[in-house]
Write a protein that binds this ligand. Sequence first.
Ligand SMILES: Nc1ncnc2c1ncn2[C@@H]1O[C@H](COP(=O)(O)OP(=O)(O)O)[C@@H](O)[C@H]1O
Ligand SMILES: [Mg+2]
Length: 383
Amino acid sequence: MAKAKNPFSYGGRVTGEAFCDRQKELKELLSDIKARQHVILFSQRRFGKTSLVWRLLAEADKNGIIPVYVDLYPASSLAEFIEMYAKAIAESLSGYEKAMKLLKGLFSRLYLSMGVDGMGNPQWNVGFDRSRETESLDEVLMTFEAYLKKTKKAGVVVFDEFQQITEMNGKKMEARLRSAIQTHEHVSYLFVGSRKHLMQDIFSNPNRPFYRSGKIFPLGKISSDDFSSFIRVRFGSAKMAISDKALNAMLEATETHPYYTQYLCHILYDIAEGSRVREDDVPKALDLLITREATAYMNTWDLLTLRQRQALMCLAEIKPSESPFRLEALQRFGMSQPAVMMRALNSLVEKDLVDKENGTYEIIDVFFKRWVRTYISQTWPRP
Ligand SMILES: Nc1ncnc2c1ncn2[C@@H]1O[C@H](COP(=O)(O)OP(=O)(O)O)[C@@H](O)[C@H]1O
Ligand SMILES: [Mg+2]
């Protein structure tokens, strides 16, 4: 008999039954939005920010708070930002006829038109005078607030992958955005980002416009209890079971990382024979996962300097409680001085490969770490 559709999904945003828990976070974020508190939500990539935020926006909508979602990941210029933001506002309000009239009335520099995309679906187009970017930016920044004020409603705007703004015109853009937002009384803003050190610099550096402009909300892991019951239910929905030992071994390997956990479950579902996942399926699934990801890891590795590679190997091998600056560690990984190690580690932090928290360093991606440990360290010539 053919297997049912794989109940695990990884990669894109997950919704409905594929979304696990996060009740506590949802509750807190919803009450922040209601209180018009701006929030800075960050975590490493593929931890579930976008999925969580869409859940949250659906809740906000139910509570009469109008949601606007802008994904800044593909934006690399101010013009693109203006266009995407205006489009997102139009899309969100296009359900209401009156709103569209109002919206058009609020725009004097920007103009909206309805077209169709390649698939024949209706789509908003936004135009503006490219020689008047700053004025157009100011206009789009005030539009949603002005609309809400007129209609006496509340709204929430999400800027996903917000750290992208550092690639658009630098400080000037940040300053205008910040000063616009400061005067807004009807919108709560949610700044979401994956690159921790960039996000931290935007919001915690006293010399930057967004310094202390909202509540910092680091998105944590999904607890292993919640994830365990979710995984059991998902396997169950496809008429499969997973043994406790297999489940524990798997969560230990993924450290409950949401993306890798779904990914590994997806593989386990595919390779398991019969209707039960067993403990010895887990190492096979781990090997498969690493093999599939190896090209991406190698590409990352190829771009690093010798010092950076040595520092990564050190972090992959030593215990979390050990310091990479100990003489023994330095010697073992071919570094002459603590300062050399320090420089290498800091450059890895800047690349978002390593996280520095309370003075300790850690490789961010659990499977990249595993790959370094199993494939690199063993073949590396020892000094
Ligand atoms: N709450 C969740 N429940 C189950 N899986 C999740 C959850 N959040 C994230 N994931 C997994 O992680 C992947 C990436 O999620 P996403 O929301 O795109 O993360 P981010 O925006 O932080 O990069 C999803 O495809 C899914 O496999
Ligand atoms: Mg995302």
